[in-house]
Design a protein around this ligand. Structure first.
Ligand SMILES: Cc1cc2nc3c(=O)[nH]c(=O)nc-3n(C[C@H](O)[C@H](O)[C@H](O)COP(=O)(O)O)c2cc1C
Length: 381
C-alpha cells in the first residue's frame, strides 16, 4: 500500500507493505479501513492539537491552521469524500451531503488541505472585489463551554484576484462554492456592482456562487434582505448569470445566504422572491446577532455574529420555515450549530439537502466530518 503522502517529492516512489498484524486485523474486522485508517486515527489526534491551538488567541490559531492546511496538505490523513452516497443538488453531483461553510478559508488558500478532510463540497470566501483588512482586532472570540464563537471579522480578505490565483493553483477537482460580498467602502447604493463584479470574475472557476447578504459585520449589509432591495439584487444577478452561462457555455448555479434573524413574514417574502427570480438554492444560515442561551458568559456581550451550538435551534427553525415556504422548488443548504452527527441529520430532517459546518470543526476537529458523513447517509436516517 502506498503512503498517504506519496505524491510529495520527498516520499515519491515509497511504498508500504501492510504488516501481517494489520492483515490479520482486517480479516477479523471487515469494516477496518486498513493502514491508512490507522494512520488517520492515530497520527493526527485533534485532542492533542486542540489544546495547543486553544492556548493561542482565536485568530492566530485560525491563521496557523490555514497555513498548516496549506503547507502540509500532503501529510494530512485523508477521509474519503466518496464515503457518503452521492447526491444531485442544483444540477451538481455532490459526493456526499457534508460541506465546509464559508469564512474559514476566505482566500482559498487551503483548498487541497481541506479537501482531505472528506468534505463533499468546499465553500471559500467571502471575497470582495478589492482586498480589505476587515474590522480591528480582536474580532474572533471562543466560548468553549457553549461550543460557540462570536466573530466580527468584517470580510477581511485579499480580494478576488488573489482568491482566483489560489483557486487556479489548487489541485482540487471537487465541488467548489465561491461566496461573494461587497467591500465595506462601497456605498450601499452601489452594492449590486460589487456582487456583479465578483460574479463575473469567479464564474468560470466556481461550481456554484453564493451571494452573501447576511453577514452582521458589514454595516447595513443585511438590509439587502429587505423586499425591494432584494428583488432588485436578485434580478440583476440572475440576468448576469444567464448572460455568463451563454458566454462560458456552462451554467453555474447561484445560491443566496440568509441570516437566522428573520421573522416568518420575511422568510416567506424571501422565499417568494427566490422562486420568482429562479435562484438555484438558499443557504440557511449565517451567524446570529441574538445571544440565545449564553447570557452572562465571558465574551457573550462582544459585538458580532454568534455561531456554533447555541445557533442550532434558531437556524434549524429557519430551515424548516424555508422548506415550507419553498415547497420543494429550491434546495436548502443548512449551516448553523452542527456540532455532531445527530444535529447534521436533524438539518436534513428539517428539509435541507446538504449541510455545512464551521464552528463545530474548531471544537471537534476533522472527526466531526466523518461523524456527519455517517449520520447523513440515506441508510442511517
Ligand atoms: C469566524 C467566522 C467567519 C465567518 N465568515 C463568513 C464569511 O466570510 N462568509 C459567510 O458567508 N459566512 C461566514 N461565516 C458564517 C459561517 O459560514 C456559518 O454560516 C455560520 O458560522 C454558522 O455555522 P456554524 O454554526 O457551523 O459555524 C463565518 C463564521 C465564523 C465563525
Amino acid at each position: 500500500m502506498r503512503l498517504a503522502c506519496s505524491d510529495h517529492p520527498v516520499w515519491a516512489g515509497l511504498t508500504w507493505t501492510e504488516p501481517e498484524a494489520f492483515q490479520g486485523h482486517r480479516r477479523r474486522y471487515p469494516d477496518y479501513g486498513g493502514t491508512r485508517h490507522w494512520y488517520n486515527r492515530h497520527m493526527f489526534p485533534y485532542a492533542f492539537v486542540r489544546p495547543l491551538l486553544f492556548g493561542l488567541d482565536a485568530e492566530t490559531a485560525h491563521d496557523l491552521t490555514i497555513a498548516g492546511l496549506r503547507r502540509f496538505a500532503c501529510l494530512l490523513p485523508t477521509t474519503d469524500a466518496a464515503a457518503g452516497p452521492p447526491v444531485s443538488v442544483m444540477g451538481l453531483n455532490f459526493p456526499n451531503r457534508v460541506g465546509l461553510a464559508a469564512g474559514l478559508d476566505k482566500n482559498g488558500e487551503a483548498i487541497d488541505g481541506l479537501a482531505k478532510l472528506g468534505f463533499g463540497h468546499i465553500e471559500i470566501g467571502t471575497v470582495t472585489p478589492q482586498p480589505q483588512p476587515g474590522n480591528p482586532k480582536p474580532r474572533l472570540f471562543r466560548l468553549p463551554a457553549q461550543q460557540a464563537l462570536i466573530n466580527r471579522m468584517g470580510f477581511n480578505n485579499r480580494g478576488v484576484a488573489v482568491l482566483l490565483e489560489n483557486v487556479k493553483s489548487a489541485k482540487f477537482k471537487g465541488i467548489l462554492g465561491i461566496n461573494i460580498g461587497k467591500n465595506a467602502a462601497t456605498p450601499m447604493a452601489c452594492a449590486a456592482e460589487d456582487y456583479v463584479l465578483c460574479l463575473e470574475k469567479v464564474y468560470p472557476f466556481a461550481s456554484y456562487v453564493t451571494v452573501n447578504i447576511s453577514s452582521p459585520n458589514t454595516r447595513d449589509l443585511r438590509k439587502l434582505q429587505g423586499e425591494d432591495q432584494l428583488e432588485a439584487l436578485l434580478s440583476t444577478l440572475k440576468g448576469r448569470q444567464v448572460a455568463l452561462a451563454d458566454r462560458h457555455g456552462r451554467y453555474v448555479p447561484l445560491t443566496l445566504k440568509l441570516a437566522p434573524d428573520l421573522d416568518p413574514a420575511q422568510i416567506q417574502g424571501i422565499a417568494d422572491a427566490l422562486r420568482r427570480r429562479r435562484f438555484d438554492a438558499v443557504i440557511a444560515t449565517n451567524t446570529t446577532v441574538s445571544r440565545p442561551g449564553i447570557a452572562g458568559e465571558p465574551d457573550a456581550a462582544q459585538a458580532g455574529g454568534l455561531s456554533g451550538a447555541p445557533l442550532f435551534e434558531l437556524s434549524t427553525a429557519v430551515v424548516a420555515a424555508l422548506a415550507k415556504a419553498l415547497a420543494g422548488e429550491l434546495p436548502i443548504i443548512a449551516a448553523g450549530g452542527i456540532t455532531d452527527g445527530k444535529r447534521a441529520a436533524a438539518k436534513l430532517a428539517a428539509g435541507a439537502e446538504l449541510v455545512q459546518i464551521y464552528s463545530g470543526l474548531i471544537y471537534r476537529g476533522p472527526e466531526l466530518v466523518g461523524e456527519c458523513l455517517r449520520a447523513t447517509r440515506d441508510d442511517s436516517r
